[in-house]
Design a binder for this molecule. Structure first.
Ligand code: SF4
Length: 211
């Protein structure tokens, strides 16, 4: 089997997506091609440790978590990403999620894996790097996430949700406020005022003081 460049592995409570609240084994791949203004994962920017895919599958299989998330950094940068995802799905028997920053074509994600697609809003300073064709590549099992810094980000995201009918075409359209920058109750009010078919999420793991 091939190797992948790993930042860290750990078990925690899933803090985002419709899987929030569940025990989850995280495989954080190293290196990222973006530099979002609010990034809280800067320790994943640099190359990490090369590890055999077989070792990671074994570690995930031994975890008590029924969900495994491959995250980053940016997982789709790594040549062996699809082999890692497929091996985890076939050999661990668990639900496999992949969170990607939206800059790379998600059609490379193998069938049977749930993609959680970040769409970087203008406040991230990285929206120009998005591959917006990904919005049409989402499958019904996938989820799309907008991290919002302010009202301008909200209005930008609202237009994309409506234009692409995202709430109907995939499992969830998630709106998440940047902690400490946008008040979640303010965002809740905007969503209610517009009767927008999105799901408000806060980063549950951070509220719990977890990784
Ligand atoms: S994509 Fe994620 S890891 Fe990369 S800079 Fe943005 S927030 Fe940080």
């Amino acid at each position: 089997m091939s190797t992948v460049d790993i930042c860290e592995t750990f078990t925690s409570i899933q803090g985002e997506s419709t899987y929030a609240g569940a025990l989850c084994f995280f495989i954080r791949l190293a290196e990222c091609n973006l530099r979002c203004s609010y990034c809280d994962t800067q320790h994943a920017y640099d190359p990490g440790t090369l590890r055999q895919i077989g070792d990671l599958v074994k570690e995930a299989g031994e975890s008590g978590a029924a969900i495994v998330e491959i995250t980053g950094g940016e997982p789709l940068l790594q040549p062996a990403f699809a082999e890692l995802a497929t091996s985890l799905k076939d050999l661990s028997g668990k639900t496999i999620l992949i969170e990607t920053n939206g800059s790379r074509d998600i059609s490379v994600v193998p069938d049977g894996i749930v993609t959680i697609l970040d769409v970087k809003c203008p406040g991230s300073n990285e929206s120009a790097r998005m591959d917006f064709a990904n919005l049409e590549r989402l499958r019904t099992c996938d989820e799309v996430k907008f991290v919002l810094l302010d009202r301008a980000d909200y209005e930008w995201s609202r237009e994309l949700v409506l234009q692409h009918d995202l709430a109907r075409r995939c499992a969830a359209a998630l709106f998440s406020p940047v902690p400490g920058r946008l008040d979640a109750s303010l965002l809740a009010g905007w969503i209610m005022d517009d009767e927008l078919p999105v799901r408000l999420q806060v980063q549950l793991h951070k509220l719990l003081g977890l990784k």
